[in-house]
Design a protein around this ligand. Structure first.
Ligand code: ADP
Length: 374
């Protein structure tokens, strides 16, 4: 017995080391390009600079995806994740999810096909939209990753009591003996390892957990060397009563160019980045370095929008927002934070923030959030 448990412990340790090695590889690979091309940028001409900055951006997204996936898996394994149901149009969601992939398929020389029924724009689901998106994005991304030539086809159809999404590819397929294993956390298929295709091995595990949470079924068929077809069947449980989401509060008399914005940010580089994003687009940009300064500055001059960091010295963004909103309920406060768990976003909204953008902030997301209110 002792011998067996020693063996088991050692096998567990070996697995842990293999996982950490893989994680380290998945982090170092994009970091290698980010650091390398940042260095090369110093002496590059304008055209090369543009190419290098695109590479750096793409690798940063890869890196962020690795972090997000591992964080999400750890949350799914340790907390009870609530469902946030809403009623939403299926086609819209499908088109938004696939927009980036279409381009990626083209650049890989693959055909990206979308097959939807004639009245697809009338299809609706009542479930947790974010979770459906997360599952579909995992399936799209795998279909592209594991297909070297041919096509990726996304289909959706209405069944008696479900909407069926399917993602087919003409890729390498999966071995029958790995049927169950590919859903295990951190498991990477032999096809992925032998062809050095990058990944952390958590996508399908996350997708399976999310599918179970929303009562959906995830399954697949595959043939080695010919391709795979993953299916997600989401039950069509529409609510009895219409749920109405309240319209976002709008500042009708302002356009972007007239906005007076206060950036509450203690980190110098994060502040610099926001300044560069908004420079020339808004009328005035000031900075406060902590919550206390925000309160003092708002007392002295008029602002339309506060971009509120949450973690700051002296007084944090949550307390500052509570106090601000007590006196100025109409002042727009958008939280911007690297603490991005739903519970942390919830705290920001409870403190009175009108919106939330996650760091690293992407320009489009920030602008989209501001435009919700102006
Ligand atoms: P990752 O892609 O990071 O390895 P996943 O959990 O998403 O992690 O997938 C687990 C394994 O399932 C992959 O390593 C791969 O072997 C296999 N797999 C998933 N989707 C496909 C697909 N469309 N075609 C072939 N193999 C796939």
């Amino acid at each position: 017995e002792l011998f067996d448990s020693k063996e088991q412990a050692e096998a567990g340790n070996r697995l842990k080391t293999a996982l950490l090695n893989n994680m380290s590889h998945e982090i170092r690979t994009p970091m290698n390009a980010i650091m390398g091309f940042s260095e090369l940028m110093r002496n590059a001409d304008a055209e090369d600079k543009l190419t290098y900055s695109e590479i750096i951006f793409k690798c940063s997204i890869d890196l962020l995806n690795v972090i997000d996936q591992v964080m999400l898996l750890s949350r799914l394994q340790s907390e009870k994740i609530p469902q946030e149901k809403s009623r939403f149009p299926v086609l819209n969601m499908l088109q938004q999810c696939s927009s980036g992939f279409r381009e990626e398929a083209r650049s890989k020389g693959l055909q990206w096909e979308m097959v939807v029924p004639p009245k697809a724009n009338t299809l609706e689901l009542y479930t947790d939209e974010e979770k459906v998106r997360e599952i579909l994005i995992c399936l799209f991304s795998n279909a592209l990753k594991y297909t070297q030539k041919g096509f990726v086809r996304v289909e959706c159809s209405k069944q008696a009591d479900a909407i069926l999404f399917s993602v087919s590819d003409s890729g390498m397929g999966i071995q029958e003996k790995e049927r169950e294993r590919i859903f295990e956390p951190f498991y990477r298929g032999e096809n992925a390892i032998s062809q050095a295709i990058r990944g952390v091995g958590v996508g399908l595990n996350i997708a399976a957990i999310l599918a179970q949470l929303i009562g959906a079924k995830l399954s697949f068929e595959t043939e080695m060397g010919k391709g795979s077809r993953f299916e997600l069947s989401v039950p069509l449980a529409l609510p009895k009563k219409e749920t109405v989401t309240p319209p976002a509060h709008r500042m009708s008399d302002h356009s972007l160019s007239k906005l007076k914005v206060l950036i509450a940010e203690d980190e110098h580089l994060s502040y610099q980045y926001l300044i560069h994003l908004l420079k020339g687009q808004v009328q005035q940009l000031d900075r406060a370095q902590n919550g206390q300064e925000v309160l003092e500055m708002v007392e002295k001059s008029h602002y339309d929008l506060v971009l509120m960091d949450i973690q700051m010295p002296v007084m944090d963004g949550l307390e500052a927002t509570r106090q601000l909103k007590r006196k100025n309920p109409n002042l727009l406060v958008i939280a911007q934070s690297a603490f991005i768990l739903p519970s942390e976003q919830g705290q920001a909204m409870e403190a009175g923030c009108d919106g939330f953008v996650a760091k690293p902030i992407q320009k489009e997301q920030l602008m989209e959030m501001i435009h919700r209110f102006i």
